[in-house]
Design a binder for this molecule. Structure first.
Ligand code: GTP
Ligand code: MG
Length: 318
């Protein structure tokens, strides 16, 4: 994703320092002192404008982002919040461009150009300081989104289910991803991507945070990331159930979530009951990521789904 290349967003002081330095070096070139003051103001405002435009342009167009990434940004900070911060930067850039030349002109016309220059610089500084919080916030957004996983356009299995049921254990076992595994819920807090080579091809696996069976509006940002992955990324969903209830959640609630997922998505959903080394559950594929029992059967089912989806693609005319 293009996010990786977003440079650090400078602070207000960094923008001002750099703009002053750039302007000071231009000023040195002017022999006439009054002209030097004018040039300084012009150059400072130009440098501030250019730097702020660069910040804006370094962020992707959120309206045209793939829906998964847009959802993640929305879940984490709210798209409106990010847009507003970028809007603030745009406002300050426009202010510098619109008022800079006028301030520079006043400096030339004045009886006391040095004093007018100081006043102009103070006004420009105040404008940049007004967007201080926007710049800090955008840098926080930048630091997180540049680490979002790269999701490619291949057959993708999203592994979902209640917390602590063994989703990450499964992902570790079958794919290149190495998510943390622990005996408490919500160990996984974001989306993790892994791959598995199958013959000459690959299958993409996505580990997700646990989701509780509760109204969508009550779900935390962590749970909502899993829902965003299921809706936007999945070619198929593997729901893992822990019939031993060692995860700490009743089987009944886990099945309710399974039905909710089946209703929510249009892709195939398959179910695997994990921890078969503790409890065997009739009527489903049973597996154990501890002993490896049943894991191949789950993979075969996923492969069959992929084959079916390839055949369906070939059937589409054109
Ligand atoms: N006995 C047994 N324990 C398992 C099995 N699979 C996973 N566990 C244990 O279950 C606990 C949770 O495993 P994770 O893989 O972290 O579960 P998760 O679903 O990713 O959990 P969250 O990220 O919190 O949603 C860990 O203590 C694992 O060792 C299994 O097949 N048998
Ligand atoms: Mg996990």
């Amino acid at each position: 994703m293009e996010f990786e290349t977003i440079p650090t967003v400078p602070t207000a002081d960094e923008i001002l320092d750099r703009s002053f330095r750039r302007a000071a070096s231009k000023m040195k070139l002017k022999k006439n002192k009054d002209r030097a003051n004018e040039e300084f103001v012009r150059a400072v405002s130009q440098a501030i404008h250019d730097r702020l435009v660069k910040v804006m342009q370094s962020f992707p167009e959120f309206d045209t982002l793939p829906p998964f990434y847009r959802d993640i940004v929305d879940i984490k900070w709210g798209l409106d919040h990010v847009r507003k911060a970028l809007g603030g930067v745009g406002w300050a850039a426009r202010w510098a461009r619109t008022h800079g030349p006028g301030l520079a002109y006043q400096t030339r016309k004045s009886e006391d150009p040095s004093q007018i220059r100081r006043r102009a610089v103070a006004r420009l500084s105040s404008v940049v300081h007004q967007i201080e919080d926007d710049l800090l916030f955008l840098n926080e957004v930048r630091n997180v989104i540049r680490k979002l996983p790269h999701v490619s356009n291949e057959f993708t299995v999203v592994v979902a289910g209640y917390p602590n049921v063994g989703k990450s254990s499964f992902i570790r076992l079958v794919s290149t991803a190495t998510p943390e595994v622990a005996s408490y819920p919500f160990t996984t807090k974001g989306i993790i991507v892994g791959h598995r080579a199958i013959g000459r091809e690959r299958m993409q696996f996505i580990d997700t945070p646990g989701v509780l069976d509760r109204p969508p509006q009550e779900r935390s940002g962590i749970e909502r990331q899993a829902v965003a992955a299921m809706i936007n990324l999945a070619s198929a969903i593997l729901v893992i159930i822990d019939a031993s209830e060692h995860c700490g959640y009743p089987l009944e609630d886990q099945f309710r979530l399974l039905h909710e997922i089946e209703e929510m998505v249009s892709v195939p959903v398959i179910t695997a009951v994990n921890k078969s080394d503790i409890t065997y559950f009739d009527g489903y594929i049973n597996m154990s990521t501890e002993t490896g029992e049943g894991v191949d059967e789950v993979l075969e089912n996923l492969l069959a789904l992929r084959k079916r989806s390839e055949e369906e693609c070939q059937d589409i005319p054109g």
